[in-house]
Design a protein around this ligand. Structure first.
Ligand code: SF4
Length: 588
C-alpha cells in the first residue's frame, strides 16, 4: 500500500497518508458473514456487552501515570538528557509541535499524538515559536529518512541547549527500527517511542522530565489500537479513519510489516462509531485507512467485511464522501466493486498499487497477483463505474528488472489508462529482502526508465483530464491544496473522483463567501496532467458546518473509539440513530 512505498521521487496527480486482547471469532459483536456476503453489517456492533471479553486501558498521562506504567523495554539512558533538562516543574501549559514524515498512516498517527498531548495539557505552539516539546513522527521507507532525521535533530541541539526544559521526542517507524541508535547518535533526545505505543508519549515525556534522563520504550506488539486514543484532526471537513494496522504480506521491497507488525483489524462497530462522530462534527468526507485496507476482516474471519463496511458507511446520514486507501489487488473482490457502485457516498475513485507490469518482477516482489489479474480488476471496476478515476503506485528499477520487464510495465500502464500515479525509483531499504538481491539496477538505468514511465503516465493523466472539460464537477473546497495561480484568486478542492480542481470562486451562486469545507459545483474549462481548471462562474455553492468550523478555526477533536468498555473510548455523545438504509446499531 501507500504506506509501504519505498520513496517519493515525483508525485504525479495526487488525485487521489495497557494491552489489547484480540477478540475471538465467537465475539457476538463480530458480524458473521451474511449469506450473500453483500449486505452491510447487520448486527449490533458495539457496546459494553459485546466487548466485555476485551480489555483496553486508557493510556495514563501525567506524573501519576508515570509511576503506574511499567517500562516495557529496558530504559536506556541517563545518557542524555540530564544535563540539558532543567528540573522545571511539570507544567500543563507547555507547548508542543509534531513534525510528520511519510505516509497517510503517519499523518493520522500525528493527529493522535496531537490529541494525546492536548489531553495531557499541552498546547500547540504558535507560528514561529520554538515549542517546549518537539515530536518527530518518523518514516523509515523514504530514502535518506535517517539522514534527514539526524540532520533535523542536529539543528535542534543548540536550540534545546538555549531553552531550558525543552524536550525532543522521536517516534514512528524509524524509531521502531533504530531504537537505541537514536539516543546514541543524538543523546540530547529525551524520548524514543515506537509504532506500537504512541499512547505512551505523554507518560514518557513526564517520566523523562521527572527522572532527568532519556526514556525509550519500544514494544514488539500493538499496545493499544491507535484509534482508541484521542485525536486532534487537521481538517474540519475530511477525516482519516484507521480500520486496520499492520500487514500480513511480505513484499520484498517493504519494511512496513517488520515495523508495524501483523494486521490487526478494528471492530466494525468501532470504525463506524468513529465515522459517526466525525460526521456529527460536520465532517463530510472520510477516508478509510489501512496498510492493506481491503484485507480488512482477515483477523476475524470475514472476507466480505470490507464491502460490508463500505455499505454501512453509506448508511450514515450526512457522510457525503467515502474513500479508502490502499487496497491490494490480491484481496480485491467483486463484492467490493458492487459495494462501491451501489453505495452513493462511496467515491468512484480507486488507488490500487500496481508496482510492476512484469509478472516476473511481481513474483520477485512477492506480490501474488499478475498483470492480467490487475487489468481484469480495472475492467470490472470500469464496467460497474465508468466514471471511476483509477490511480496507482509503480516502482521502477526493482532488482533484476530488465528492459523487457520495464516494457511490460509501460504496456500495462498504457492499457490501464491511469488518471495518475505515484512513481518511485527503487533504491534498497536496509532490512528488506530486496536490499540484498543481486542484480541491483544501476542508477542511470533507473533514472532513464523513470523518465519514460513519467511520459506515459502523464500522457494518460492528461487524456483523462482533457476528457473532463465541459463536465460539471462537485468540489469539496480544501485548504492547503494550493491555488493554481495566486494572482487569479482561484481556490482548490477535490472532485468526487479525487481529481484536483482549481476553480474561480465567482458568480451569483456564492452565498457570502466560499470557505474550505463548503461544497461547490462548477464546469471544467481546462485539463492539465495533474489538475483541472474551472474558471467560469460557480453553478452552486453550499455552505456547510465544516465551512463554518474552518472559518472559525475550530479543530475537530475526537476522543478515542475503543472496544466498547464503559467509559473507555466511547464517542463523546451518542450517535443519532443511523439512517434507514444503514443497519448500523446506534453507537454509544
Ligand atoms: Fe503494502 Fe504490506 Fe506489501 Fe508493504 S508488505 S507494500 S504494506 S502490502
Amino acid at each position: 500500500m501507500t504506506a509501504g512505498r519505498p520513496r517519493t521521487l515525483k508525485r504525479v496527480n495526487s488525485a487521489v497518508s495497557n494491552r489489547l486482547e484480540r477478540r475471538d471469532l465467537t465475539d457476538p459483536a463480530v458480524p458473521t458473514p451474511a449469506a450473500s456476503g453483500a449486505g452491510p453489517f447487520t448486527e449490533p456492533l458495539t457496546g459494553a456487552v459485546a466487548a466485555a471479553d476485551t480489555l483496553v486501558a486508557e493510556p495514563l498521562t501525567g506524573a501519576d501515570a508515570a509511576a503506574d506504567t511499567p517500562a516495557a523495554a529496558p530504559l536506556t539512558g541517563a545518557v542524555a538528557a540530564a544535563d540539558t533538562l532543567a528540573a522545571a516543574p511539570i507544567s500543563r501549559s507547555r507547548t508542543y509541535q509534531v513534525r510528520t514524515y511519510g505516509c497517510q498512516m503517519n499523518v493520522h498517527d500525528s493527529e493522535r499524538l496531537s490529541g494525546l498531548l492536548e489531553r495531557a495539557g499541552y498546547t500547540p505552539t504558535d507560528e514561529g515559536e520554538t515549542a517546549d516539546v518537539v515530536v518527530f513522527n518518523t518514516c523509515a521507507v523514504r530514502e535518506n529518512a535517517d539522514n534527514k532525521l539526524y540532520g533535523n535533530l542536529g539543528h535542534l541541539a543548540p536550540v534545546k541547549a538555549a531553552k531550558p526544559g525543552m524536550q525532543i521526542a522521536v517516534g514512528g517507524c524509524l524509531a521502531q527500527k533504530d531504537r537505541g541508535e537514536i539516543l546514541r547518535r543524538a543523546p540530547w533526545v529525551d524520548v524514543v517511542f515506537g509504532t506500537h505505543n504512541v499512547g505512551s508519549l505523554p507518560t514518557l515525556l513526564d517520566r523523562s522530565r521527572h527522572n532527568a534522563r532519556a526514556e525509550m520504550e519500544i514494544l514488539e506488539a500493538l499496545e493499544v489500537f491507535p484509534s482508541t486514543l484521542p485525536a486532534k484532526r487537521e481538517s474540519a471537513y475530511a477525516g482519516w479513519v484507521s480500520i486496520s494496522v499492520g500487514c500480513n504480506n511480505t513484499c520484498t521491497f517493504c519494511i512496513v510489516p517488520s515495523l508495524r507488525g501483523k494486521e490487526a483489524d478494528r471492530r466494525p462497530g468501532d470504525v463506524l462509531a468513529e465515522v459517526q462522530m466525525l460526521v456529527d462534527d460536520g465532517v463530510l468526507e472520510v477516508t478509510l485507512l489501512g496498510q492493506n485496507v481491503n484485507s480488512y476482516g482477515v483477523e476475524f474471519g470475514d472476507r466480505a467485511a470490507f464491502g460490508k463496511l463500505l455499505r454501512s458507511c453509506g448508511g450514515i446520514a450526512g457522510l457525503e464522501r467515502v474513500r479508502f486507501t490502499s487496497p491490494h489487488p490480491k484481496d480485491f473482490t467483486t463484492d467490493v466493486i458492487d459495494a462501491m457502485a451501489s453505495t452513493p457516498s462511496v467515491c468512484h475513485q480507486l488507488h490500487m498499487p500496481l508496482q510492476s507490469g512484469s509478472d516476473r518482477v511481481l513474483r520477485a516482489m512477492r506480490r501474488s497477483y499478475r498483470s492480467e489479474r490487475y487489468l481484469s480488476i480495472l475492467a470490472e471496476v470500469r464496467a460497474a463505474m465508468p466514471d471511476a478515476a483509477i490511480t496507482t503506485d509503480i516502482i521502477v528499477g526493482f532488482p533484476g528488472e530488465s528492459e523487457a520487464d520495464f516494457q511490460q510495465t509501460l504496456e500495462v500502464v498504457t492499457q490501464a489508462d491511469f488518471a495518475g500515479a505515484f512513481t518511485f525509483q527503487y533504491s534498497p531499504r536496509p532490512g528488506t529482502p530486496a536490499a540484498s538481491m543481486a542484480d541491483q539496477v544501476s542508477r542511470e538505468v533507473v533514472t532513464e526508465r523513470f523518465r519514460r514511465l513519467m511520459e506515459v503516465v502523464d500522457a494518460s493523466a492528461l487524456n483523462g483530464n482533457r476528457a473532463q472539460v465541459g463536465s460539471v464537477v462537485e468540489v469539496l473546497v480544501a485548504s492547503g491544496e494550493g491555488h493554481k495561480d495566486g494572482a487569479s484568486g482561484r481556490m482548490s478542492g477535490r472532485a468526487r473522483d479525487g481529481r484536483l480542481v482549481h476553480f474561480a470562486p465567482v458568480g451569483p451562486a456564492i452565498d457570502r463567501a466560499v470557505r474550505p469545507g463548503d461544497v461547490v459545483t462548477t464546469r471544467v474549462t481546462y485539463g492539465a496532467p495533474h489538475h483541472l481548471l474551472a474558471d467560469g462562474e460557480l453553478l452552486t455553492h453550499r455552505r456547510t458546518r465544516a465551512g463554518d468550523r474552518s472559518e472559525a478555526g475550530v479543530a475537530v477533536r475526537t476522543p478515542g473509539v475503543g472496544l466498547g468498555l464503559p467509559g473507555v473510548g466511547r464517542p463523546a455523545r451518542p450517535a443519532a440513530a443511523p439512517a434507514a438504509a444503514c443497519s448500523v446499531a446506534p453507537v454509544r
